[in-house]
Design a protein around this ligand. Structure first.
Ligand code: PMP
Length: 410
């Protein structure tokens, strides 16, 4: 058991109204946190309060509300910078989410620095969002996409990675945590190896920011992308950390208002970072929600979050291993509370549908990692992804559910 009392967990759960609803008359067991986490009331209220009392466009007005909105918006940028320990809040760019942040980095970096014959390394573990933007940039520039293989346990093959790093490598793009297998990749080691050859490292942190503290200066990564909705914040907002030395040189990704300095019909000059990468009216309300989500996580503290999730990971792993015919996919030594598994002889989609009717929300399918599925020789898995608000009792309900699925198919 984690050291935290049941009453502490119940009081945390009370912050998330959705957790007390029922599905088909059964209490909801929400184990799809890698797809999106639920939102505490404070996040929802930050968004509605902004629209109810504070709505105004940012950066454009002399009037009170606009200045207030601008101040609050920029305060969240500082909050994000401090949350990931960026050197400066100018290194934080707001985007729609991890996908847009990856597209921004891939397009702008490759437009500026990638040439024909160059290579970009991604890993076999990546989410499609951290493959396709690099793949298409390579195609556009006549460069090559190379793949770091994974071991059967679901860890990056670091020996193969060392061999792939070469004089033509212009970027290493890897995820912090695999959304499918839960593997926590050794980012600091990857960065050290890449930087030894002056190669920058892009980290897809979509699954990274909710499970433990992230320090981009300690990791020394060049870019780090994230989505608020996977860290208890709203959908439609996220961002990109990028080192100043890259951002200042990179071409802007989108063009329009806000990102300009001076516009004439002959020529346009661009704004400073981060604004050079934030064309148009931003999603201010959801930035307020992101600020509240960070406040919520800081209030809970990483000790609580990490202890709860570590307990749920080991409990889930042990309980699933007890069930005959259940095979866990992904057994890396460093894992977040994400467990993929298969039930022998039963299609994951059928199992997921039956579990759903028992009120249990797990994800089924390839989890947007088709190349990883090909590598593992499977077409999909069931995936239970836990949050600090989940309980051992909920895992017991999942286990009972799997027994019911097996009985039905026997
Ligand atoms: N990368 C990883 C590892 C993810 O898990 C996800 C979301 N499933 C993404 C990227 C894309 O994030 P979003 O859909 O929030 O843009």
């Amino acid at each position: 058991m984690s050291d935290f009392s049941a009453s502490k967990i119940q009081s945390v759960r009370a912050d998330f109204p959705i957790l007390s609803r029922s599905i088909y008359g059964k209490p909801l067991v929400y184990l799809d946190n890698a797809a999106t986490t639920q939102k505490p009331r404070s996040v929802i209220e930050a968004i509605s309060d902004y629209y109810l009392y504070d709505n105004a466009n940012v950066h454009r007005g002399v009037h009170y509300l606009s200045q207030q909105a601008t101040g609050a918006f920029e305060d969240v940028r500082k909050k994000v910078a401090s949350f990931v320990n960026a050197g400066s809040s100018n290194e934080i760019i707001f985007a729609r989410g991890a996908t847009e942040a990856i597209n921004l980095a891939a397009w702008s970096y490759c437009e500026t620095f990638l040439n024909a014959g160059d290579e970009i390394l991604v890993s076999a573990l990546e989410h499609h969002s951290n493959i396709v933007p690099w793949q298409v940039a390579c195609q556009r520039k006549g460069a090559h996409l190379k793949v770091i293989p994974v071991t059967p346990e679901g860890e990056l093959n670091m020996g193969a990675f060392a061999h792939l790093l070469g004089k033509n490598t212009k970027m290493v793009a890897v995820s912090h945590i695999s959304n499918t297998l839960g593997t926590i990749n050794p980012i600091a080691e990857i960065v050290e190896m890449a930087h030894h050859r002056d190669i920058p490292v892009f980290v897809d942190g979509a699954q990274g920011l909710s499970h433990g503290p992230v320090d981009v200066q300690a990791l020394d990564c060049d870019f780090y992308a994230f989505s608020a909705h996977k860290m208890y914040g709203p959908m439609g907002i996220g961002g990109l950390f990028g080192k100043t030395k890259w951002l200042e040189k990179m071409e802007p990704y989108q063009l329009g208002g806000e990102m300009i300095d001076k516009v004439t019909f002959e020529k346009t000059t661009y704004n400073e970072i981060p604004y050079k990468f934030e064309a148009g009216t931003p999603n201010v309300a959801d930035v307020m929600g992101l600020g509240a989500a960070i406040g919520y996580l800081e209030g809970l503290g990483w000790d609580f979050i990490k202890a709860q999730e570590a307990d749920l990971l080991s409990y889930t792993t042990a309980r699933l291993q007890e069930i005959e015919g259940v095979k866990i996919i992904g057994t890396a030594s460093e894992k977040a509370a994400i467990v993929s598994f298969l039930i022998e002889g039963i299609h994951f989609f059928d199992a997921g549908t039956i579990l759903d009717h028992l009120g249990i929300a797990v994800r089924t399918g390839n989890h947007c990692t088709q190349p990883l599925m090909d590598f593992l020789g499977i077409s999909g898995t069931l995936r239970a992804s836990m949050s600090f608000y989940n309980t051992r009792q909920e895992i017991d309900i999942l286990v009972e559910g799997i027994h019911k699925v097996k009985k039905l198919f026997a």
